[in-house]
Design a protein around this ligand. Structure first.
Ligand SMILES: Nc1nc2c(ncn2[C@@H]2O[C@H](COP(=O)(O)OP(=O)(O)OP(=O)(O)O)[C@@H](O)[C@H]2O)c(=O)[nH]1
Ligand SMILES: [Mg+2]
Length: 209
Protein backbone atom coordinates (compact mmCIF):
# COMPACT_ATOMS: atom_id res chain seq x y z
CA UNK A 1 0.00 0.00 0.00
CA UNK A 2 1.36 3.44 -0.86
CA UNK A 3 1.05 6.79 0.86
CA UNK A 4 1.32 10.47 0.02
CA UNK A 5 2.14 12.10 3.33
CA UNK A 6 4.71 11.38 6.00
CA UNK A 7 4.11 12.93 9.44
CA UNK A 8 6.73 12.66 12.15
CA UNK A 9 5.67 12.21 15.76
CA UNK A 10 7.53 12.22 19.03
CA UNK A 11 6.35 10.71 22.34
CA UNK A 12 7.64 12.44 25.47
CA UNK A 13 7.08 12.36 29.22
CA UNK A 14 8.59 10.92 32.42
CA UNK A 15 10.10 7.45 32.62
CA UNK A 16 7.54 4.68 33.23
CA UNK A 17 4.43 6.60 32.12
CA UNK A 18 3.90 4.11 29.28
CA UNK A 19 5.32 5.80 26.17
CA UNK A 20 6.80 2.63 24.69
CA UNK A 21 3.63 0.68 25.51
CA UNK A 22 1.48 3.29 23.77
CA UNK A 23 3.62 2.98 20.65
CA UNK A 24 3.58 -0.83 20.78
CA UNK A 25 -0.19 -0.91 21.16
CA UNK A 26 -0.60 1.49 18.22
CA UNK A 27 1.80 -0.28 15.86
CA UNK A 28 1.52 -3.95 16.95
CA UNK A 29 -1.75 -4.10 18.93
CA UNK A 30 -0.10 -5.69 21.94
CA UNK A 31 0.87 -4.82 25.50
CA UNK A 32 4.19 -5.28 27.23
CA UNK A 33 3.86 -5.74 31.01
CA UNK A 34 7.56 -5.31 31.78
CA UNK A 35 9.14 -1.88 32.00
CA UNK A 36 11.77 -2.21 29.33
CA UNK A 37 13.51 1.10 29.89
CA UNK A 38 14.06 2.95 26.63
CA UNK A 39 17.67 3.85 26.01
CA UNK A 40 17.95 6.94 23.82
CA UNK A 41 15.22 6.74 21.21
CA UNK A 42 13.25 3.97 19.49
CA UNK A 43 11.24 4.07 16.34
CA UNK A 44 7.88 2.82 15.11
CA UNK A 45 5.70 3.42 12.08
CA UNK A 46 2.15 2.88 10.89
CA UNK A 47 0.01 3.78 7.95
CA UNK A 48 -3.30 5.53 8.63
CA UNK A 49 -6.15 6.83 6.50
CA UNK A 50 -7.62 10.32 6.85
CA UNK A 51 -10.45 11.29 4.55
CA UNK A 52 -9.32 8.69 2.03
CA UNK A 53 -5.71 9.84 2.03
CA UNK A 54 -2.91 7.54 3.09
CA UNK A 55 -0.61 8.98 5.73
CA UNK A 56 2.46 7.35 7.10
CA UNK A 57 3.23 8.15 10.74
CA UNK A 58 6.86 7.89 11.72
CA UNK A 59 6.98 7.83 15.52
CA UNK A 60 9.97 8.45 17.77
CA UNK A 61 9.61 6.96 21.25
CA UNK A 62 12.00 8.83 23.53
CA UNK A 63 13.55 7.90 26.88
CA UNK A 64 11.94 9.60 29.86
CA UNK A 65 14.97 9.43 32.11
CA UNK A 66 16.57 12.78 32.83
CA UNK A 67 19.99 11.62 31.62
CA UNK A 68 18.61 11.25 28.07
CA UNK A 69 17.04 14.73 27.90
CA UNK A 70 19.57 16.17 25.47
CA UNK A 71 19.00 13.27 23.03
CA UNK A 72 15.22 13.67 23.39
CA UNK A 73 15.47 17.38 22.62
CA UNK A 74 17.13 16.72 19.29
CA UNK A 75 13.96 14.91 18.09
CA UNK A 76 11.56 17.79 18.77
CA UNK A 77 12.65 19.90 15.82
CA UNK A 78 11.69 17.45 13.10
CA UNK A 79 8.28 16.60 14.59
CA UNK A 80 4.81 17.62 13.38
CA UNK A 81 2.98 15.98 16.29
CA UNK A 82 3.77 15.10 19.89
CA UNK A 83 2.13 12.98 22.56
CA UNK A 84 3.02 14.41 25.97
CA UNK A 85 2.30 11.55 28.36
CA UNK A 86 1.79 11.37 32.13
CA UNK A 87 0.61 8.53 34.36
CA UNK A 88 -2.78 9.20 36.03
CA UNK A 89 -1.66 7.03 39.00
CA UNK A 90 1.54 9.05 39.68
CA UNK A 91 1.02 12.72 40.42
CA UNK A 92 4.71 13.55 40.10
CA UNK A 93 4.54 12.70 36.39
CA UNK A 94 1.72 15.26 36.05
CA UNK A 95 3.73 17.85 38.03
CA UNK A 96 6.61 17.51 35.57
CA UNK A 97 4.44 18.39 32.55
CA UNK A 98 5.33 22.08 32.70
CA UNK A 99 9.01 21.30 32.31
CA UNK A 100 8.36 18.88 29.40
CA UNK A 101 6.20 21.45 27.70
CA UNK A 102 8.78 24.23 28.08
CA UNK A 103 11.38 21.94 26.54
CA UNK A 104 9.12 20.96 23.67
CA UNK A 105 8.05 24.51 22.86
CA UNK A 106 11.61 25.75 23.00
CA UNK A 107 13.08 23.11 20.70
CA UNK A 108 10.27 22.36 18.24
CA UNK A 109 8.73 23.95 15.19
CA UNK A 110 6.13 26.57 16.20
CA UNK A 111 3.42 24.49 14.49
CA UNK A 112 3.98 21.36 16.60
CA UNK A 113 0.60 19.89 17.54
CA UNK A 114 0.68 18.48 21.06
CA UNK A 115 -1.79 16.01 22.53
CA UNK A 116 -1.71 15.66 26.33
CA UNK A 117 -2.19 11.99 27.23
CA UNK A 118 -3.14 10.76 30.71
CA UNK A 119 -2.19 7.06 30.50
CA UNK A 120 -3.05 3.93 32.58
CA UNK A 121 -6.78 4.54 32.59
CA UNK A 122 -7.33 0.85 33.41
CA UNK A 123 -5.82 1.63 36.85
CA UNK A 124 -8.58 4.13 37.62
CA UNK A 125 -8.86 2.83 41.21
CA UNK A 126 -5.27 4.02 41.81
CA UNK A 127 -5.83 7.39 40.18
CA UNK A 128 -3.99 10.41 41.67
CA UNK A 129 -4.82 12.93 38.93
CA UNK A 130 -8.45 13.59 38.05
CA UNK A 131 -9.75 13.88 34.50
CA UNK A 132 -10.72 17.51 35.23
CA UNK A 133 -7.17 18.39 36.29
CA UNK A 134 -5.80 16.96 33.05
CA UNK A 135 -8.38 18.81 31.00
CA UNK A 136 -7.74 22.12 32.78
CA UNK A 137 -3.99 21.80 32.24
CA UNK A 138 -4.57 21.08 28.56
CA UNK A 139 -6.90 24.06 28.14
CA UNK A 140 -4.51 26.39 29.93
CA UNK A 141 -1.65 25.35 27.66
CA UNK A 142 -3.54 25.10 24.41
CA UNK A 143 -3.24 21.32 24.07
CA UNK A 144 -5.74 18.67 23.15
CA UNK A 145 -6.38 16.02 25.78
CA UNK A 146 -7.23 12.35 26.08
CA UNK A 147 -6.95 9.64 28.73
CA UNK A 148 -5.71 6.27 27.47
CA UNK A 149 -4.82 2.76 28.47
CA UNK A 150 -1.94 1.14 26.63
CA UNK A 151 -3.02 -2.08 28.38
CA UNK A 152 -6.63 -2.23 27.22
CA UNK A 153 -5.88 -0.06 24.13
CA UNK A 154 -8.62 2.40 25.10
CA UNK A 155 -8.19 5.66 23.14
CA UNK A 156 -4.71 4.77 21.87
CA UNK A 157 -5.90 4.86 18.28
CA UNK A 158 -7.73 8.17 18.89
CA UNK A 159 -4.69 9.90 20.39
CA UNK A 160 -2.66 9.44 17.21
CA UNK A 161 -5.54 9.83 14.75
CA UNK A 162 -6.92 13.04 16.30
CA UNK A 163 -3.44 14.62 16.34
CA UNK A 164 -2.83 13.52 12.74
CA UNK A 165 -6.17 14.97 11.74
CA UNK A 166 -5.19 18.36 13.22
CA UNK A 167 -1.89 18.27 11.33
CA UNK A 168 -3.65 17.21 8.15
CA UNK A 169 -6.22 20.02 8.37
CA UNK A 170 -3.39 22.46 8.86
CA UNK A 171 -1.54 21.06 5.83
CA UNK A 172 -4.69 21.22 3.71
CA UNK A 173 -5.28 24.83 4.71
CA UNK A 174 -1.90 25.62 3.12
CA UNK A 175 -0.50 27.12 6.31
CA UNK A 176 2.44 24.77 6.52
CA UNK A 177 5.63 25.28 4.59
CA UNK A 178 5.90 21.70 3.33
CA UNK A 179 9.40 22.29 1.94
CA UNK A 180 10.68 23.07 5.42
CA UNK A 181 11.98 19.81 6.94
CA UNK A 182 11.66 21.06 10.51
CA UNK A 183 7.86 20.92 10.32
CA UNK A 184 8.07 17.11 10.39
CA UNK A 185 5.80 16.88 7.37
CA UNK A 186 6.80 15.42 4.04
CA UNK A 187 4.65 15.40 0.97
CA UNK A 188 5.72 12.36 -1.03
CA UNK A 189 5.52 13.33 -4.68
CA UNK A 190 5.48 9.76 -6.02
CA UNK A 191 3.72 7.49 -3.57
CA UNK A 192 6.09 5.17 -1.70
CA UNK A 193 5.13 1.64 -0.74
CA UNK A 194 5.53 0.22 2.74
CA UNK A 195 7.81 -2.47 1.30
CA UNK A 196 10.12 0.20 -0.07
CA UNK A 197 10.15 1.89 3.29
CA UNK A 198 10.94 -1.25 5.23
CA UNK A 199 13.82 -1.88 2.79
CA UNK A 200 15.05 1.61 3.53
CA UNK A 201 14.66 0.95 7.27
CA UNK A 202 16.72 -2.26 6.99
CA UNK A 203 19.46 -0.39 5.14
CA UNK A 204 19.55 2.21 7.89
CA UNK A 205 19.79 -0.40 10.62
CA UNK A 206 16.07 -0.11 11.52
CA UNK A 207 14.43 -0.16 14.95
CA UNK A 208 16.50 1.75 17.37
CA UNK A 209 19.22 4.34 17.30
N1 LIG B 1 -1.75 -1.01 33.87
C1 LIG B 1 -1.08 -0.35 32.92
N2 LIG B 1 0.26 -0.42 32.86
C2 LIG B 1 0.89 0.25 31.88
C3 LIG B 1 0.19 1.01 30.90
N3 LIG B 1 1.11 1.56 30.07
C4 LIG B 1 2.30 1.14 30.49
N4 LIG B 1 2.19 0.35 31.58
C5 LIG B 1 3.27 -0.26 32.35
O1 LIG B 1 4.12 0.77 32.84
C6 LIG B 1 5.49 0.38 32.79
C7 LIG B 1 6.28 1.38 31.98
O2 LIG B 1 5.86 1.37 30.63
P1 LIG B 1 6.82 1.85 29.44
O3 LIG B 1 5.98 1.96 28.22
O4 LIG B 1 8.02 1.01 29.36
O5 LIG B 1 7.24 3.31 29.97
P2 LIG B 1 8.07 4.45 29.23
O6 LIG B 1 7.30 5.71 29.37
O7 LIG B 1 8.39 4.02 27.84
O8 LIG B 1 9.39 4.54 30.11
P3 LIG B 1 10.89 5.00 29.64
O9 LIG B 1 11.25 4.22 28.42
O10 LIG B 1 11.77 4.66 30.81
O11 LIG B 1 10.84 6.47 29.42
C8 LIG B 1 5.50 -1.03 32.20
O12 LIG B 1 5.57 -1.96 33.27
C9 LIG B 1 4.18 -1.14 31.50
O13 LIG B 1 3.69 -2.46 31.43
C10 LIG B 1 -1.24 1.07 31.00
O14 LIG B 1 -1.94 1.73 30.22
N5 LIG B 1 -1.82 0.39 32.03
MG1 LIG C 1 10.12 3.60 26.90
Amino acid sequence: MSFNYLYKFVIIGDSGVGKSCILLQFTDHRFQALHDLTIGVEFGARLIDIEGEKIKLQIWDTAGQESFRSITRSYYRGAAGALLVYDITRRETFNHLVSWLEDARQHSSKDLKIMLVGNKLDLDYKREVSYEEGLTFAQEHNLTFVETSAKSSQNIEESFIATSRMIHNHVKSGEFDIQNESTGITLVSSPVTLEELSEEKKKNGGGCC
